[in-house]
Design a protein. Structure first.
Length: 328
């Protein structure tokens, strides 16, 4: 049996079909790309409403799955942009009612954790979750995932996107900045803002734009920004490992696609005698497969929702969600 998972928290509309052993049988995604500036929530939501029905069809067809083989319909309930979340939730409710299957609300951040955890084969790893809106170091303890450290201002991905647009590029900035950084040679000092297990990025943005005004090249800026920001993330992950006496780390979120970040965290973890795992890129970025897999876990733990009680929760926090499948 499979679970269908629907992701629509921000820029990406995605449908995943996953079986009970976490095999991704089908995955169909489409990203809304604004022509200029950042994401407009309404425009993104319109994009999702328009595309989701076809993405469902494509994902089911590529998985060779019929609706009768679907065990449940999972959707990302939060956190995210209200109009975008409602687009995915509406499609999920419609499918659950049409197919007469349970509706399973899933937390988007927990889904990033669970897909990375199952693919890694690691039982109880620390997670560095680095995406557009979120930057958190997470570990499981007593019934839920706990946020040990996080950004004090903006998410790392939103920071990279904003910076890249200020430097004349277009959304998404993270991957473009990664390419640009490959040609960088000189490391310019930027504010290194680590506070215990928390980080802050806005000072780097201001300082980078000041360096740009002084004529520093874009590749050098990209290199300096990556080296500084990813060192900060690596440091708070190491502090969390030492504090919790753990030695395994998994990465999740779109920024976990980045080779420099992967390399820096790997070097740190292996230097401590531990193991690091990063999922394939298609499963680091927002995707319906992680929602479907977490839907399996939630469904088995009895976490289903009546349609009338399935309102989206744009501000739902990782550490407020119960994860009974992980034990008491
Ligand atoms: P969340 O709701 O979990 O915050 P999100 O909506 O930001 O998720 P993701 O797909 O998890 O979506 O992450 C998107 C972010 O990842 C964007 O900010 C993008 O610039 C960044 N990103 C993608 N690829 C790379 C890369 N190679 N290097 C750095 N950043 C990247
Ligand atoms: Fe995400």
């Amino acid at each position: 049996m499979v679970v269908v998972g629907i992701e629509s928290t921000a820029h990406t509309a995605s449908v995943g079909i996953v079986d009970e052993r976490a095999n991704v049988l089908g995955l169909a995604s489409d990203m809304y790309r604004p022509t200029a500036g950042g994401i407009h929530p309404r425009e993104a939501a319109n994009h999702h409403v328009e595309l989701l029905p076809n993405l469902v069809k494509t994902a089911l067809e590529s998985a060779h799955v019929r609706p009768t083989e679907v065990e449940g319909v999972a959707f990302a309930q939060g956190p995210g942009l209200g109009p975008c979340l409602r687009a995915g939730a509406t499609v999920a409710r419609m499918l659950a009612l049409t197919w007469d299957r349970p509706l399973v609300p899933v937390n988007h951040c927990v889904a990033h954790v669970e897909i990375a955890r199952v693919l890694s084969g690691l039982d109880d790893p620390m997670l560095l979750y680095a995406s557009g809106g979120n930057t958190q170091v997470i570990a499981y303890a007593r019934g839920r995932y706990r946020v040990l450290g996080e950004t004090l201002d903006i998410g790392i991905g939103n920071f990279l996107d904003k910076l890249w647009i200020e430097l004349g590029g277009t959304f998404p900035g993270g991957p473009a900045l990664e390419k640009e950084a490959q040609a960088g040679t000189e490391l310019h000092p930027l504010p290194y803002s680590v506070h215990g297990m928390d980080v802050a990025f806005s000072g780097i943005l201001t300082a980078t734009l000041a360096l740009r005004a002084k004529g520093v090249s874009r590749p050098d800026l990209a290199y300096s920004v990556e080296a500084t920001a990813y060192a900060m993330l690596t440091e708070i992950t190491e502090r969390a490992l030492a504090h919790r006496r753990r030695d395994t780390v998994v990465l999740g979120g779109g920024v976990a696609c980045n080779e420099r970040l992967r390399g820096m965290v790997r070097t740190m973890v292996e230097g401590r005698g531990g193991t690091m795992y990063a999922p394939p890129r298609s499963l680091c970025v927002d995707n319906g497969a992680m929602i479907a897999w977490t839907g399996h876990l939630a469904l088995r733990a009895g976490q289903t929702s009546a349609v009338e009680q399935s309102a989206v929760q744009p501000r739902q926090r990782t550490d407020l969600v119960l994860t009974p499948w992980r034990g008491g």
